[in-house]
Design a protein around this ligand. Structure first.
Ligand code: NAD
Length: 371
């Protein structure tokens, strides 16, 4: 089998789907490895660090000769048309947002594994790329917040008096939020966490943070949150406003699958914040958790600076690529046996992650949007 990784073409994307240590592990599975020239450069893996790997300049020739193609971001439909029927593609796909790509995958009979569809079950944790990338993004968000603040996070005693520790509030305690909370805590901030899933209370406490209890439980399907009702939103607002007003840094990460990011902070609440306070809105790409957030921009709204970062994992491209490539390796180990492809459609991970196979769209939610 030939396994090929392409160079990412999206502006601002620094990651790569294959790193040298994983290329060696793939070779041990009995496969050959090929790489588009320069694919690893912006993750600090020059071509020469990939041992026994064919370096190919022409992207279409590369994918046309491959049995399995690896990518980070959804490739273009044009690139899909250069793949042989029966090729496997492993990448983030976000099929509901990319109908033309899904049609191209279906029509060219590509078997596509969408990394965002890896089920959130214990057995699949080592393949869970959403989590590996969110972990790094959460860490980076805390650091990003600290550099935009006009004050430090820890308490500090100096010859001219003591500086108080900063107050940090993290809203949305999924994978990214918990890592942001942990990182702010390690930097010495006084931390508070908030989520609509009550089980996150113990997780916040285990990180030395307080939990803001609004009395609203919005646990939805599959461990994700559901949307709040208007009544619940009002109840949450009344409790949260005080906590927002006394925070020096707020990191928001709230998401509800398939929906626009929920609004957690409105203009009134921002107006009530301290002068010099900072909000890092990690949901910026999905519309933002905060009124006034602009994706990819830093805006001043009244007393607060609102940062709307996009693609935070790419800022840590070396290790984000390493973790992503290892997630893919763990998936490859499920579908390659003795150097040959073996797709067990009864396996939950394989069945749930495959979006297209053998000329059909195999994911119901994606099919409902595309066909
Ligand atoms: P996510 O990115 O979907 O959302 C981030 C957080 O925002 C979630 O904790 C969610 O509850 C919260 N949220 C949504 N609406 C909110 C609102 N209005 N106010 C406040 N918070 C709100 O989350 P994620 O990191 O992808 O994790 C989603 C779920 O999957 C979690 O239950 C997580 O523990 C679980 N998970 C399980 C595994 C596994 O078992 N292998 C791996 C990773 C994640």
């Amino acid at each position: 089998l030939i396994i090929a990784a392409i160079r990412e073409k999206d502006a601002g994307e620094r990651r790569v789907a294959l790193v040298p240590v994983v290329a060696e592990r793939i070779q041990k599975l009995g496969c050959s490895v090929a790489l588009e020239a320069g694919a690893g450069l912006s993750s600090y893996f020059p071509d020469a660090t990939y041992k026994n790997t064919s370096i190919v300049e022409d992207e279409k020739a590369l994918v046309g000769s491959a049995d399995i193609v690896l990518a980070v971001n959804p490739p273009s439909p044009d690139l899909v048309s250069a793949m042989k029927p029966g090729t496997i593609l492993i990448s983030f796909i976000y099929g509901r947002n990319n109908p033309e790509l899904v049609k191209a995958l279906r029509d060219h009979k590509i078997s596509c594994f969408a990394m965002e569809q890896i089920p959130r079950i214990s057995r699949a944790q080592a393949m869970d790329a959403l989590s590996s990338q969110a972990t790094l993004a959460g860490y980076y968000a805390a650091l990003l917040g600290s550099v935009h603040m006009p004050k430090i996070l820890p308490m500090m005693t100096t010859a001219v008096g003591s500086l108080r520790a900063a107050q940090v509030l993290v809203m949305g305690l999924g994978v990214a939020g918990l890592q942001a909370l942990a990182t702010a805590g390690r930097l010495g901030a006084v931390t508070e966490g908030y989520d609509v899933r009550p089980e996150t209370k113990d997780e916040a406490h285990s990180l030395g943070a307080k939990f803001v209890d609004t009395g609203v439980d919005a646990t939805g399907q599959g461990g994700y949150a559901r949307e709040l009702t208007a009544e619940e939103k009002a109840k949450v607002k009344s409790v949260l406003s005080d906590h927002i007003a006394r925070s020096d840094l707020i990191i928001t990460t709230a998401a509800v699958p398939g929906r626009k990011a929920p609004r957690l902070i409105d203009a009134d609440q921002i107006a009530g914040m301290k002068v010099g306070s900072v909000i890092i809105d990690m949901a910026a790409e999905g519309g933002g958790n905060c009124e006034g957030t602009k994706a990819g921009e830093i805006v001043q709204v009244g007393p607060a600076t609102i940062v709307g970062p996009v693609n935070l994992p790419s800022c840590l491209s070396e290790q984000a690529s390493e973790l992503y490539a290892k997630n893919i390796l763990n998936l490859l180990q499920q579908i390659i046996k003795d150097g040959k492809l073996s797709l067990d459609m009864t396996d939950e991970v394989i069945a749930k992650t495959l979006v297209t196979h053998d000329g059909k769209i195999t994911n119901d939610a994606v099919r409902a949007v595309v066909e």
